[in-house]
Structure formats: C-alpha cells, structure tokens
Design a protein around this ligand. Sequence first.
Ligand SMILES: [Mg+2]
Length: 402
Amino acid sequence: MKIVSAEVVVTSPGRNFVTLRITTDEGLTGLGDATLNGRELAVVSYLRDHVAPLLLGRDPHRIEDTWQYLYRGAYWRRGPVTMAAIAAVDMALWDIKGKAAGLPLYQLLGGASREKVATYGHASGRDIPELLDSVREKLALGYPAIRVQTGVPGLKAVYGVGGAEAGTGPDGHPRPLVEDWDTAAYLRHLPGVVEAVRAEFGAELPLLHDAHHRLTPLQAARLGKDLEPYRMFWLEDCTPAENQEALKLVRQHTTTPLAIGEVFNSLHDYQYLLTNQLIDYVRSAVTHFGGVTPLRRLFDLAGQYQIKSAIHGPEDISPVGMAAGIHLDLAIHNFGIQEYSGYTETTHRVFRHAYTFTDGHLHPGEAPGLGVELDEELAAAHPYDPAYLPVNRLQDGTVHDW
Ligand SMILES: [Mg+2]
C-alpha cells in the first residue's frame, strides 16, 4: 500500500479546525487533527508545503518510521507547530492501519482496559450562585466530575468566565479578547468558592480547578494548602509549565494533587516532573503531542510513577483528535480522566463520529480506525474564520500569563 495524497482541510463549524486527510492507492483514507488554536495556518503551511510532498509514495503501515523521519529528519525538533503537524500524520496513519485491519484503534493499542471513559465537564459562573447553577447543569448531563471556575470580584473577565469583547485592528483583522487579572484578589476569593460548592454538592463530587499558569510557585503552594480541606481532584496548571523545577516548591508544601502539561509537546517537557514525581496527572492531547505514538510512550512512562492520564479536551481539539484520545483512554492502564466540553451541532455534523458521550462517559465505538468521517461539503460551507485565544493583563496593564 502507498500514500497517493495528503490534503489539508480547514473548516470553522463554530471554531477553526485543521484536518489532514491521507489517501492510499487502495482507496483507504485516514484523518488527523492538526488544530493549533490561534495559529492554525502555520500548521497548514507546515503540512502542505513541507510534509505532504514527503508522504507521497510512502507505505502508510510504517507509522514508527514515518514519525521518526518527520521528527528527526527535519533537524528542527519539537515546538507546537511541528508537533501538531506530526500528530496529524501519525493519527491519520493509525486511522488507515485500523481500517486496513478492520479494527478500532483501541484494539491495535492492546484492547480495552475499561468499559468506558470517565470525563469532567466545565462549570463556570460570574459569581457563586451562577457557578452553582452551572454545576447543576453539568451534573444533569451526567458528568461524574466538574471543573469549577468563577469570576473574581473587581475583575471584568477571568479565564473560564467570558464577558469581555474582542475588537478588530485597523485592517479589520480580529484582535484577541483582553482579560484582566489580580492574583491577590483571586487567591483571596477562590477557597470560599470551592467551600460553597462543597457545601452545596457534598464531599463526594470530584472537583477540579484550573489556575491557567498564572501563579508563582509560592502562590501556587499557598493555594494548594488553602484548598486541602476541600479534597480537590486536582489543581491544574498552577504555574507556567515551562519551568519544571517550580513544581518542586509547590509539591513540598501541599498534598493537593497537581495536573499539568496541556501546552507541552514532547516527553522531554515532562521528564523532570515524572522522574521526580512532582505531578499526579499528565494533560497532553494527541493533537499537540505529536500523535498517538509518543503520547502512548508518555503514559507508559508516567505509569511507572503512578501518575495518570488526563487528556486535554477543550472545543479546539477537533473530534478527530478527541477520538484518538478516547481510544488511548480506553486502552491504557493508567487512565485518570478525560476532559470533554462537547461541540456545536454543526461540528458533530462536519465530523461524523463513532464515539459516544453517554451519562458523562465516552466510548470510542467499534468503527475501524479512529471512527471519524469528514463531511467535505459541509466543511467547505464553513470556511476559516480568523480568531485568537485571549490575552491577559494585570490591573496596571502588564501582560500576564494566560
Ligand atoms: Mg487547562
């Protein structure tokens, strides 16, 4: 079998998604997700201009060799653009291998280690009553665990809680939404929020919170201690993730479990954290980590330290990337939890998928490969729509971590 085409499809059925479609001379097609939110077209060019020509004529069954060829062969390694592009190729080749074998991807990964995949949903509110309502809505959908985010008194727009307007530049091009931030106000406010959620919903509901890389190590340590009475499922992205050593200080001071890694794109970004046992959950998505092949390796290494998976699953991971993650979730031993936010109805129609979401749990389904088909006509009806992730500024205007 040989690869005869590798095409990139960009569509925006609510958000922008970049999809690689590889076709073989036997008529099999594979899909891969290459979506890098806010920088989508950089990955499109990487794939179209630099990777697709290298794939023509290759044997699609040689997944490991193709991965190494694209990673080592480029000389320039890692980085989100490169790794999203390689991820799309890797996913598409696993999709083809599954279709050729007539087996869903999770079977190629060793078969199911569990019956279904537990998820967590996002609850958010401008204030505590609004947050409690949002938690109730998520529980009604069956979510077994809930991430809680809330507005902070005195701030206009906070991560996870919308409100600000994105503007446009002089050329009409959109500009990022600007959020505002005050760490001291946040640290004063949050423990009371979690206390209110616990008081309303009891001790058993697993609660998560995302600090979105905004704290210093000492601030994160303080927050972890303050949250200990509420027995959080985890505190996510408490410090900027590129400084791995920061987590050592946090860890020394708190037993609140720590999750990190959604912006990481290689095993090397985790090495210190894993081998020093500084975190409890690894958060990378198939899409941003170079594909199924390296993410499986990450999970296997993490498992040696009793660290569990928690694949990143916001709305900007396409259903193709989501499906790849769900297959891994079902197959690996050290599964922790899967983030799942759902999609617009149009997105579900553009990407018809075999995976199901029932009572807060996902299952990849039994369709061969990833189990996702792209409706090209509908995709074409929703063209690329330039957009950015927000940026974040302190009260005095200083750019802060987002
Ligand atoms: Mg997050």
